[in-house]
Design a protein around this ligand. Structure first.
Ligand SMILES: Nc1ncnc2c1ncn2[C@@H]1O[C@H](COP(=O)(O)OP(=O)(O)OP(=O)(O)O)[C@@H](O)[C@H]1O
Ligand SMILES: [Mg+2]
Length: 253
């Protein structure tokens, strides 16, 4: 088994400190993600998907348990170190892509490098590399308002990986897209994973999006209750996921 990029051990997350007003969003969650995996996290609304992603992204603290990313335990890091760790080691794709309108595509992609005070020729080199991986060398000098929806997605993906993060984290990245663009983004993620070995964790409630993953973790009321590995085609996996969702729905009735 490849070395693990993420190791989550016995993680609990309780929101609110007063007992009667507290809510346990994550309940003893443990799993790991190996290098080069494309893992999906599924579950009903309120099951804890975003909470899990945010704790791994070190944007939110766990109540107990530990999270290790690329060998670094992020659970007991200080705020300042965390900010730095996040900027260096993680890449994010947001639902609305968050491209800055007054910057060119080139500058948007370069942003994670600027944040690390990287300058000069190495910035150009890294931006060219990331743009090349996504086939968008031709749009670098344009502004976001001048490019298509699909090109915006690819720019966001390039920005997420320009600084060689240990992994890319995405929360419902297809949530705001029509089906054609959603498919485009999923194919982009799949391409990065399969051809460039990029490790990805994607939160989604949608079976179609999830079917692009190699493995899916299912959450219910903050508990990880099932894992599913893709063995056959994407279409077969899609059906398996739909069946699992139907089962989970039945249990609730
Ligand atoms: N800051 C907070 N304070 C209190 N409770 C919170 C907070 N953030 C989330 N929760 C609660 O924790 C639970 C898990 O929320 P989370 O956002 O992780 O769900 P989710 O699976 O991402 O749902 P969705 O599919 O709707 O995005 C929910 O019941 C939510 O109300
Ligand atoms: Mg969410």
């Amino acid at each position: 088994m490849a070395s693990s990029v993420v190791k989550v051990e016995d993680v609990n997350k309780v929101y609110g400190s007063r007992k009667e007003a507290s809510y346990q969003a994550l309940d003893n969650v443990s799993f790991s993600i190996g290098e080069g995996e494309f893992v999906g996290v599924m579950g009903a609304s309120g099951s804890g998907k975003t909470t899990l992603l945010q704790t791994i992204a070190a944007l939110d603290r766990v109540t107990s348990g530990s999270i290790t990313i690329a060998g670094t335990n992020v659970t007991d890091m200080k705020e300042k170190e965390l900010t730095d760790f996040r900027a260096r080691r993680l890449g994010f794709i947001f639902q609305d892509f968050n491209l800055l309108e007054n910057m060119t595509v080139y500058e948007n992609i370069a942003l994670p490098l600027f944040l690390q005070n990287q300058k000069g020729g190495s910035v150009r080199e890294e931006v060219q590399r990331a743009a090349g991986m996504l086939g968008m060398e031709d749009t670098l000098s344009k502004y976001p308002a001048m490019i298509s929806g699909g090109q915006k997605q690819r720019a966001a993906a390039a920005r997420a990986l320009v600084h060689h993060p240990s992994m890319i984290l995405a929360d419902e990245p297809t949530g705001a897209l029509d089906s054609g663009n959603a498919k485009g983004l999923l194919e982009t993620l799949q391409h990065l994973n399969e051809n460039h070995g990029v490790t990805i964790m994607m939160v989604t409630h949608d079976a179609f999006s999830a079917s692009y993953c190699g493995r899916i973790l299912f959450l219910e009321d903050g508990r990880l209750y099932k894992e599913m590995q893709r063995n056959g085609t994407r279409e077969e996996f899609f059906k398996q996921i739909l069946d699992e969702q139907a089962e989970a729905g039945k249990k609730k009735l």
